[in-house]
Design a protein around this ligand. Structure first.
Ligand SMILES: C[S@@+](CC[C@H](N)C(=O)[O-])C[C@H]1O[C@@H](n2cnc3c(N)ncnc32)[C@H](O)[C@@H]1O
Length: 206
């Protein structure tokens, strides 16, 4: 399970406490690691440091046996790719371990700086972030559940990476955004000959 939550002010205690710090032991799973997502843009603050990170907690059922596909998420940006010792390459040719701090740009809005993946959803996650989570911590043909689907980034990443996906979203207008996004993807893959199956269940039909 991958848990991402925001920050909360706790009166007389702290301005912005990561909610994950308050809830980390309320989950009946083993907390394997905290990932820090570092993004480059955001509000500029005057009286304290401008926030540029969110936490993602990586939980597993069994601390000795869990999915971790390191080779699928290696960072190709290696500083000395030809470094050798006794004539042997010292670095993994697939790239380096991406570490627990991930620098991935936020989805931006704005006239000249809007991300190409931008939908009208106000807190859309970058697909590069979700791709890394899905590739690293799930296997092909796994079923991924996103109970807070928003614009459907998890859905798109799951389908692109040969996983199944089930998503919940409370607001019908966001369901529509996700639905359109998946339909676009469906059209894209149909042109290369693959058929994606999509079932959309609205509140009325449940
Ligand atoms: C941070 S956004 C998710 C954004 C998403 N990862 C994306 O890339 O677009 C959280 C979403 O959870 C939805 N949400 C909040 N409470 C919910 C609930 N109880 N059940 C289902 N969805 C909920 C909100 O409407 C919002 O769209």
């Amino acid at each position: 399970m991958l848990l991402n939550l925001g920050y909360v002010k706790v009166d007389e205690k702290g301005r912005a406490i990561p909610i994950t710090y308050l809830l980390w032991d309320k989950v009946p799973l083993f907390l394997n690691q905290e990932i820090v997502w570092n993004y480059s843009a955001g509000v500029a603050c005057k009286n304290y440091l401008s926030p540029r990170n969110e936490k993602i907690l990586w939980y597993v059922k069994d601390e000795k046996n869990y999915t971790f596909n390191l080779d699928s998420i290696r960072d190709k940006n290696v500083k000395y790719p030809n470094s050798r010792r006794h004539g042997k390459l010292r670095v993994n040719t697939l790239g380096k371990n991406p570490s627990d701090v991930w620098e991935i740009a936020k989805v931006t809005t704005g006239k000249n700086r809007s991300s190409t993946e931008r939908t009208p959803h106000p807190c859309q996650f970058p697909i590069d972030l979700i791709n890394r989570l899905i590739l690293g911590f799930t296997n092909e043909e796994d079923v991924i559940l996103d109970p807070f689907m928003g614009s459907g980034t998890t859905f798109e990443s799951a389908l692109r990476n040969n996983r199944f996906c089930v998503g919940f979203e409370i607001l019908p207008e966001y369901c529509e955004i996700a639905k359109k996004r998946i339909q676009l993807l469906q059209r894209e893959v149909q042109t290369v000959g693959t058929q994606l199956e999509l079932e959309y269940i609205s509140n009325e039909s449940v």
